[in-house]
Design a protein around this ligand. Structure first.
Ligand code: SAH
Ligand code: MG
Length: 212
């Protein structure tokens, strides 16, 4: 069952939020979270300023059952640091002397009316995973650090916490190497070949698996 179309105001806020989530993929996340959150909580690794969290969280809100936990240390990935390709000076906190995306996440969630459906968790992905209290997750979206070791660590840390029938979704799976780094694709394909997951296909750069 698909959710109703997203409300125009929510869509507008998602489109305006800083981030790296094309609308078509965001709408797919909205549908996936709507489906999955019937059965259990959802987790996102890599909140940044909340763009993907708005799509996922709105899916949860429309379903009205379980929530999205959105995890980030909020210091930015390697490529988002000063001098790097994806550095955004507006996200630099002069007092802290480093990138800090948390205030932007909080504001976007408030503007989208999702404070109660997206619960920010501030910390390193592996640390949060090692303290996670259960293994009943209905959806895990991996969009944190894109270095190979980081994607692998996120897969190892979180995949075992997904319930049977739950979804594991990777972002930035590029079948064309010219389109972007290949680490998420490699980890996605290794997971798919492991026999533990049913292949739910690739949509844009979303690689979607379901636990058998
Ligand atoms: N999903 C976002 C984009 C995420 S960018 C969107 O829709 O726009 C990747 C984010 O992952 C960055 O904010 C960075 O701080 C975070 N990140 C990278 N490595 C991490 C780690 N090990 N633990 C937690 N967050 C991490
Ligand atoms: Mg991404």
């Amino acid at each position: 069952m698909k959710p109703l179309p997203m409300f125009p105001d929510t869509r507008r806020i998602a489109l305006a939020a800083k981030g790296f989530m094309p609308e078509a993929e965001g709408m797919r996340l909205y549908e996936l979270a709507f489906e999955a959150s019937e059965r259990g909580p959802c987790v996102e690794i890599g909140s940044y300023c909340g763009k993907s969290a708005i799509y996922l969280g709105e899916g949860c809100r429309m379903r009205g059952r379980h929530r999205l936990f959105s995890i980030d240390h909020h210091f930015g990935s390697e490529e988002q640091q000063p001098g790097q390709e994806y550095f955004d000076p507006e996200l630099f906190d002069a007092d802290l002397g480093r990138v800090n995306t948390l205030p932007h996440l909080v504001r976007n969630l408030r503007d989208a009316g999702l404070d109660d459906w997206v619960l920010p968790v501030v910390g390193r992905s592996a640390t949060v995973a090692s303290s996670w209290p259960g293994a009943d997750l209905a959806l895990v979206f991996i969009d944190g650090g894109h270095a190979r070791a980081t994607v692998e660590a996120d897969y190892r840390a979180w995949s075992g916490l997904i319930a049977r029938g739950g979804l594991l979704v990777f972002h930035d799976v590029y079948l064309d190497p010219a389109a972007g780094g290949q680490a998420p694709r490699d980890v996605f394909e290794a997971a798919r070949a492991s026999g533990q997951w049913a292949d739910e296909g690739v949509f844009g750069s979303l690689g979607i698996l379901r636990r058998k």
